[in-house]
Write a protein that binds this ligand. Structure first.
Ligand code: ZN
Length: 200
């Protein structure tokens, strides 16, 4: 026998499929939504559909943006010859919060993880190599992937591809806790990791 109505069950199972939401949280959210005023539910649903439909990759750095080019790439006051490579848009936001980085970014959207079947062609590595090839307008690539095994593997892989192009490649200093997600690290630690970067 089903405990809830079919619609409630569907809502619970859709919510439970989201990352970090267990069955109990899914039930709590589902009942909360059912009791919300219909116009609020509609606003929530519309926001989800619009965000999914309108957010796209920046044509410069591949971060998520509403525009063709993100505000960082569009800013001519930034040093476009200095590219910081991060795993995702949240890492980029973490560095932007420090206010200490004057360059631009390249967002990989993941890290190489053979165990999960994620190879170099599944993340934006080819696009990074393209940015670094050609007219010599990139002076330094800072590898700011996480200090997890996947992040280190990705950094090594990229450095082997980029260095032969004559571009200086640096790695952010350790001090970023091993396995730590960049977005959870405080701004001072991030700024220090950036200052203490070393050539590899
Ligand atoms: Zn951009």
């Amino acid at each position: 026998m089903e405990l809830y109505s079919g619609y409630v069950n569907r809502l619970v199972s859709e919510l439970a499929a989201l990352p970090g939401i267990g069955d109990k949280s899914a039930q709590r959210l589902a009942f909360h939504m059912i009791n919300m005023p219909p116009e609020k539910v509609k606003r929530l649903a519309d926001t989800m559909i619009e965000a999914r439909g309108r957010v796209k990759y920046c044509s410069g750095c591949y971060t998520l943006t509403d525009e063709e080019v993100c505000p960082v790439c569009a800013n001519t006051a930034r040093d476009h010859s200095l590219i910081m490579v991060v795993e995702d848009t949240r890492d980029m936001a973490a560095y932007e919060k420090t206010g200490k980085f004057e360059g631009v970014y390249h967002v990989l959207h993941g890290a190489i993880a053979p165990m999960l079947g994620i190879g170099p062609s599944d993340i934006k590595i080819k696009e990074l190599v393209e940015r670094c090839s050609g007219e010599g307008n990139v002076s330094e690539v800072i590898l700011a992937t996480n200090s997890s095994i996947e992040g280190e593997t990705t950094a090594m892989y990229i450095s082997k591809l980029i260095k032969p192009l004559g571009v200086k490649v640096t790695r952010i200093a350790s001090g970023v806790p091993v396995g730590g997600d960049l977005e959870y690290i405080d701004e001072i630690t991030l700024a220090r990791a950036l200052d203490g970067r070393t050539e590899i």
